[in-house]
Design a binder for this molecule. Structure first.
Ligand code: ME8
Length: 645
């Protein structure tokens, strides 16, 4: 029988952001669903990727003296690395700078243009000239200023292509009226319906002010607006242009998981584009809530951005995955706290699941020589307690399935943990040690076999959530293969007799909370600052950077720049001009005459019209208003031009 297709996507993340728990959350949720649907026997396609065009990337690349392509090639790796660390099982990773995507975007654009659904007009909006970007009314600072640089915005008008979104609105409303699962959960559905019933304007889909984007075929002074470009990734990756067969297979089964911040793009603009193209709209867009941290909005300037790499390193990927999905009802906003994470590790993972495994394996070793006995656990003549436990397992499977169809991860986990708790209670009720002492061999066999089955089923149920630990449980139970390659529907209660179990190993070590508080709490704030690591280099890579001692001779303002100074520096053997972004931290007289360290072999680059020939070294901490900068200076008299190693 042909497998049912299931195609699930994460948003493609802005590549210039450092991955944080928000990104991890969406991706973990998709991963759990993918793993679950594979275990249900579906042909799953799971896509994630990076959104790599746009003004911010262009500006960041310029600031680093790189081409935008070089920059995105380098930094998109942050996401790939994180998905490895978090055990994400995506089948594909798309980048919007890939050729397959550029061609698909251009083909869609052309088709819509040819059929008259894209037309030329004028775009008018509030624009920040230095940042070269439009700012929506909702995102402006006070007095119409740029939220990034704080400078006044101007109105700007440019030629632009427009997508005739309004034309397809009635069709989309009719679709959603018949398909209530088109937007989940219901609160977001209602939000989208009321938006659609208001005024949906035609959408500007090109820019002439931006260079780093996909050129519009036949009119190359325009590039495709980033959102129009980005949304198409979902279709590109399953062969919209290149593989009609693949597209046919997966597209009708597509689900997009997104944060609530981007539902208009996904539930309005994208389906309108698809309707215009004559392609199915997504089966569902599932919007989840927003994470704050210790009650506050996450932001780089507050330094409270939670680094998922760090969480996985400290607590393990599985514990982090479990916590994110268990802590908050999917769809609601949530507050992340490491204290709550540590608490759940101890209670749910170490106590409930860990203890059930440990106690059971230990008893099979002690009372049955490590071999699962063949007990009478399933039949009508079975003990009522055993039968009740079996029924509780069967009902957990059904309730988990129901919860998963509505993406209610926390509910599914509650059902699974309810079953695990029932297993622990069963040990206390049956007291196998007493049965052993009293020589009640028959009963003991049934009890041990029943407990083994509770664990075998639990391993399958937890596998999508905590895949690594589930595999460990599976191995300790002496089962062949991996739980993730099993089909959930094939589970039959009463199997496993005669299997030799492995040694019990601690799955989740308990955290000593007293010690943890001493170790973690004082530095929590510092630690939570994201450290952006560069890729490892060898000594040759380091030697390639030529650094020398120099002296600042003269400091001048650059009229066009708020941040830069023009410095004249003396290296002993020559004088150079350098532009340095330290204006906000030093007065000219604090710099003139100082000895500093500089990189001397950087390629010259032009900043605000001034050619810069090197870079002075400084350390910086904090962000925004609290940013501090310290110059790196030689601590003893040493000739100008001396090399720094
Ligand atoms: O919007 N809580 O990319 P992005 C929960 N490139 N989820 C969060 C979160 C938080 N605090 N912060 C981020 C973009 N997310 C576009 C998408 S798709 C065609 C283009 C998650 O890097 C959440 O899934 O800003 C949100 O929708 C996404 O990251 C935004 O990622």
């Amino acid at each position: 029988m042909e497998k049912k297709s299931f195609y699930i996507t994460t948003p493609i993340y802005y590549v210039n952001d450092i991955p944080h728990i928000g990104h991890a959350y969406t991706t973990i949720a998709c991963d759990v669903m993918s793993r679950y649907m594979r275990m249900k026997g579906c042909d799953v396609r799971f896509l994630t990727g990076t959104d790599e065009h746009g003004q911010k990337v262009q500006a960041a690349a310029e600031a680093k003296g790189m081409t935008p392509q070089e920059l995105v090639d380098k930094i998109h790796v942050n996401f790939r690395e994180l998905w490895k660390v978090l055990n994400i099982s995506n089948d594909d990773f798309i980048r919007t700078t890939e050729d397959r995507h550029i061609r698909a975007v251009q083909a869609m654009f052309k088709k819509l243009m040819d059929q008259g659904d894209i037309y030329k007009g004028n775009y008018e909006g509030w624009y920040c000239v230095p940042c070269e970007t439009y700012v929506p009314e909702s995102g402006m600072g006070s007095n119409r200023t740029c939220p990034d640089c704080g400078r006044p915005l101007i109105t700007m008008k440019e030629e632009s292509y427009f997508f005739r979104a309004s034309k397809y609105v009635p069709q989309l409303i009719a679709h959603y009226e018949k398909n209530l699962q088109g937007v989940m959960p219901r609160i977001r559905y209602n939000e989208i319906m009321s938006f659609l019933r208001g005024e949906v304007r035609d959408q500007s889909v090109s820019r002439t002010t931006l260079k780093w984007g996909i050129p519009i075929p036949g009119d190359e002074k325009h590039v495709v607006y980033v959102w129009f470009d980005a949304l198409i990734n979902y279709a590109t990756a399953v062969g919209y242009l290149d593989s009609p067969e693949m597209f046919q297979k997966y597209w009708p089964a597509v689900r997009h998981m997104v944060g609530k911040d981007i539902i208009r793009f996904h539930c309005v603009i994208w389906p309108l584009m698809l309707l215009a193209l004559g392609v199915n709209v997504p089966v569902s867009v599932i919007a989840h809530g927003w994470w704050t941290v210790d009650g506050e909005k996450m932001s780089k300037s507050k330094g409270n951005v939670v680094d998922p790499f760090k969480m996985a390193e400290l607590y393990g990927a599985d514990a982090f995955r479990y916590f994110l999905l268990r802590e908050v009802p999917f769809g609601n906003d949530g507050d992340f706290s490491e204290t709550a994470l540590a608490g759940r590790i101890n209670s749910d993972l170490a106590n409930d699941l860990g203890n059930l495994l440990n106690r059971t394996l230990q008893m099979i070793v002690n009372y049955s020589d490590g071999v699962v006995p063949d007990g009478n656990i399933g039949g009508a003549s079975g003990d009522p307690l055993d039968l009740e436990l079996r029924a509780s397992g069967e009902s957990a499977v059904a309730l988990v399935d129901q919860a998963m169809t509505t993406f209610s991860y926390d509910e599914a986990l509650k059902q699974i943990w309810g079953f695990i708790a029932r297993g622990n209670k069963y040990i206390d009720e049956t007291m196998p040690w007493k049965l052993n002492k009293e020589g009640q061999t028959e009963r003991l066999r049934s009890v041990l076999h029943t407990l083994y089955e509770v664990l075998r089923l639990s391993a399958l149920l937890v596998a999508p959530y905590i895949p690594e630990s589930a595999e460990k449980i599976w191995r300790q139970l002496g089962c062949a293969g991996t739980p993730l390659s099993e089909r959930l529907d094939d589970f039959r209660w009463g199997g496993g007799a005669g299997t030799r179990v492995d040694k019990a190993e601690v799955l989740f070590p308990r955290i000593d909370l007293e010690q943890w508080k001493k170790d973690r709490a004082p530095q929590a704030k510092e630690e939570q600052q994201v450290v952006e690591h560069e890729a490892e280099i060898d000594i040759g890579g380091f030697r390639a950077v030529e650094m020398r001692v120099a002296q600042v001779v003269r400091v001048e303002e650059i009229p066009r720049s708020k941040k830069l100074y023009k410095l004249e520096v003396d290296l002993g053997y020559e004088r150079r001009t350098i532009c340095s972004g330290i204006k906000n931290f030093f007065k000219p007289e604090e710099l003139e005459g100082r000895r500093i360290v500089m990189v001397t072999n950087l390629k010259p680059t032009k900043l605000c019209g001034v050619e810069s020939n090197g870079m002075i070294l400084a350390a910086s901490a904090g962000e925004g208003e609290s940013e501090r900068v310290a110059l790196i200076v030689p601590d003893a008299e040493i000739p100008l031009g001396s090399r720094v190693h």
